[in-house]
Ligand binder design. Structure first.
Ligand code: ATR
Length: 280
């Protein structure tokens, strides 16, 4: 088959899946680069994941993204897991290799770091401690990204102390669990504050975190992107902190997936951002 005749096929497996912006993101890049193809939402219930993954090579898919509830289960089902996906404990991108085998990767840490780089140009992550709120799945990708960027100290704070302690013990290195009760004081001398909890999401209360001790030159970011400006980001902006919203992480994690599947390098342009922002 000539390159031109190829129908470029990828998608997102999740349950539910229809709320996802990923079809718009990948569709934007297909149009931008003149690729014939489709990125489709695939509503796959948990019991169907294994069969759905094994069908990908015969269906001609270049790969898929995975979202809730499949990211952890896929570790068991693919033929090879990248070391980073293993460390994060989740697969968010599957590549169908030439021989029909499946490789699982995770681009959430990449997406998080690239979003900071684009949103706060010249950001230096290696010179001050970071505070990470939350110890769920999203936190694991953020921790891996920050560790690999050489952040000198990562203060991990979670409402349930035990979960933060377990995660800090698992990741080791510069990650240290700090008690929820000590969260306000933990912001003193921080260079970065990250919210990975669900607090501040549309329909949820704001994250309960007084910012008084946070240096005004610290960068504040949220992985929540609905709303784009969470109460945390708004408060941070109003007191003079630089902020980066959560949409960038979603956009940037998609880049390496598109490149892996279709061999075309893509960028997060303001046109792409605007298109997705208009749907929030
Ligand atoms: P995800 O995979 O998206 O990170 P998760 O694993 O359900 O989702 O984690 C949600 C995070 O939000 C957790 O850190 C959770 O804290 P607990 O481990 O104590 O549950 C945090 N979270 C949820 N509701 C919260 C609240 N009301 N106050 C503070 N943190 C909250």
């Amino acid at each position: 088959m000539s390159h031109d005749a190829r129908f470029h096929l990828a998608g997102l497996m999740g349950f539910p899946v229809m709320h996802s912006r990923s079809p718009l993101i990948h569709g934007h890049w297909m149009r931008e680069h003149g690729l014939k193809g489709a990125y489709v939402p695939l509503a796959v219930p948990p019991a169907g994941l294994e069969a759905a993954l094994h069908a990908l090579p015969s269906l001609g898919f270049a790969g898929v993204n995975l979202t809730i509830p499949h990211k952890e289960e896929a570790l068991r089902l693919v033929d090879e897991v990248s070391p980073l996906a293993r460390r994060i404990g989740a697969v968010n991108c599957i590549i169908v290799r030439k021989d029909g085998s499946l490789e699982g990767r995770n681009y959430d840490a990449f997406g998080f770091i690239e979003s900071l780089r684009q949103g706060a140009q010249g950001v230096d992550l290696s010179s001050a401690p970071a505070v990470v709120m939350g110890a769920g799945g999203a936190s694991r990708a953020v921790l891996a990204g920050l560790m690999d960027e050489g952040v000198p100290e990562i203060r991990l704070i979670n409402r349930s102390a035990q979960r933060a302690q377990a995660l800090a013990a698992e990741f080791g290195g510069t990650v240290r669990a700090v008690k929820w009760e000590e969260r306000a004081g933990a912001l003193a001398d921080a260079g970065l504050l990250v919210n990975t909890t669900s607090q501040g999401m549309q329909g949820e209360p704001a994250l309960d975190l007084p910012l008084d001790d946070l240096p005004v030159d610290a960068l504040v970011t949220d992985i929540v992107y609905v709303p784009l400006e969470t109460p945390l980001l708004r408060e941070a902006r109003l007191r003079g902190n630089k902020t980066v919203d959560g949409l960038g992480m979603l956009l940037h994690q998609a880049r390496p997936a598109f490149e892996d599947w279709f061999g075309v390098k893509v960028d997060v342009t303001s046109a792409l951002r605007k298109e997705i922002e208009a749907t929030l």
